[in-house]
Design a binder for this molecule. Structure first.
Ligand SMILES: Nc1ncnc2c1ncn2[C@@H]1O[C@H](COP(=O)(O)OP(=O)(O)OP(=O)(O)O)[C@@H](O)[C@H]1O
Ligand SMILES: [Mg+2]
Length: 429
């Protein structure tokens, strides 16, 4: 607002007309309003910038993933709060550090290659590295990076994928275990089956030993009579010695008698011993022969307890398998019948055995008249260790062992039913 007279050189202020002053004042007022408007505009622009900055800062700093800018050598130029907290360090201390320091040794080469790719390619690159935070906690980071147009810096986003990696690793581990499990399943099943078989064998062996103990009773019964007779023969020799009846012939006769008895007793022992021998190989055998042999072993003992044992055979009864084991099964069933008959004090106790051929099977039934098995325990009869006898009387292995022998070694069946008067065991092979 300079006037030609107001050049600011003379220093003397010419007096202005009132009109002039008013104009000047008005101009100043207009100018002031303009300035105020401009100022207002600037303030709005500044406010806008501040809002944008705030937004940007908020977006950058409080983003849920870590952001950082690296220069070509991998030095951190900038990082957001998420990145700093990921690396367990204050943000101010991150700037100027090499990012490599946070990468674990075994992943450094991966990171270097990634950084080189980022600067070389101008497109987004990614990699996964193991990071070690300031307080030595390790985590897995998914890195995504792209270089700036200047080519001097790159921007990188870092996400903590430790949990994901752990689940992936756990999944892979599970898959591995599963496939190992599958691979070894067959061998483990075979081993388990073999272990079970060995356990069964042990049980059978135990039962056999127990049955042998029972056999001592039978031997005692078989021996009682010949032993008495032998005693008489020996006494007679001495008695007759001083009488005229004593002669060489008499002595010879008595010696022969004694020897026969001794041979008989010895044969009995052999029979018992043979009976408990294990069969090595399956063989053809005559079921009737085994039934007769088995009955012969227990007959005198059973008769002493007033139990009758009878055998009906309808002709030939051929079978293939293990004859001695078959005999032990018969013995188990007979012994069980004897035990119930005595326990229940049955009059006219009777055990009848029948053998016959049915189709291509040889069947043997063993029936007693002791009243049968209580329905409630029918299902458990063949379980190992199932017994209704006292602990000193039964182990509960007899029938389990018998079923195992018949069904697993000889491919037959062993079943039981109540007849109304007693129990009937049926063996088919
Ligand atoms: N003929 C039968 N009549 C009634 N019950 C029977 C007969 N045979 C077996 N049982 C029942 O079956 C149970 C199991 O018989 P098993 O031969 O397996 O064992 P146990 O005779 O008790 O003992 P172990 O034979 O080992 O000495 C017996 O305790 C008995 O209760
Ligand atoms: Mg028994």
């Amino acid at each position: 607002m300079k006037t030609p007279k107001d050049d600011g050189v003379t220093g003397a202020r010419p007096s202005r007309s009132k009109q002039e002053t008013q104009r000047l004042f008005h101009e100043l007022e207009v100018h002031q309003i303009e300035l105020e408007l401009q100022n207002e505009e600037l303030r709005t622009v500044r406010d806008n910038i501040e809002t944008v900055l705030e937004k940007y800062t908020d977006l950058y700093d409080f983003a849920p993933i870590g952001y950082l800018s690296l220069d070509r050598t991998g030095i951190i130029r900038n990082a957001n709060i998420a990145c700093a907290s990921l690396l367990g360090i204050e943000r101010s201390r991150l700037q100027g550090r090499s990012f490599n320091l946070f990468v674990t040794d075994e992943y450094r080469h991966i990171f270097s290659e990634f950084l080189a790719e980022v600067f070389a390619s101008q497109t987004k690159q990614s990699c996964q590295v193991k990071l070690s935070s300031e307080n030595n906690e390790t985590l897995f980071g998914q890195m995504e990076g792209i270089s700036l147009a200047s080519g001097l810096e790159c921007r990188i986003a870092v996400m903590d994928i430790t949990e994901r990696r752990r689940s992936e690793e756990a999944l892979a581990e599970n898959r591995r275990e599963l496939s190992d499990l599958n691979k070894t399943l067959e061998t483990r099943i075979l081993r388990a089956v073999e272990e079970l078989r060995l356990k069964d064998q042990m049980l059978i062996q135990q039962a056999r030993m127990a049955a042998m103990g029972d056999m001592i009773n039978n031997i005692a019964h078989q021996w009682r009579q010949p032993l008495n007779t032998l005693g008489l023969v020996v006494q007679q020799t001495m008695l007759f010695h001083d009488t005229p009846k004593f002669s060489r012939d008499f002595l010879q006769n008595n010696t022969d008698k004694a020897m026969k008895l001794i041979q008989h007793m010895s044969a009995t022992i052999d029979d018992f011993r043979d009976f408990f021998k294990s069969d090595k190989e399956p063989a053809q055998f005559d079921v009737n022969e085994i039934l007769e042999k088995t009955i012969a072993l227990i007959e005198q003992n059973f008769q002493h307890q007033k139990i009758n044992v009878i055998l009906h055979s309808d002709g030939e009864a051929p079978a293939t398998g293990y004859p001695n084991e078959y005999g032990q099964v018969i013995l188990n069933i007979l012994t069980n019948a004897r035990d119930v008959l005595i326990e229940r004090n049955i009059d006219h106790a009777l055990i009848s055995l029948r053998s016959y051929v049915e189709g291509d099977k040889t069947v043997v039934t063993i029936t007693d008249n002791a009243g049968g098995v209580d329905e409630a325990i029918m299902d458990r009869l063949f379980e190992p260790y199932f017994t209704t006898k006292g602990p000193d009387k039964g182990t509960g292995i007899g029938l389990f062992m018998s079923k195992t022998i018949i069904e697993q070694s000889m491919g037959g069946t062993l079943t039981m039913r109540n007849t109304g008067t007693g129990a009937e065991f049926r063996i088919e092979i």
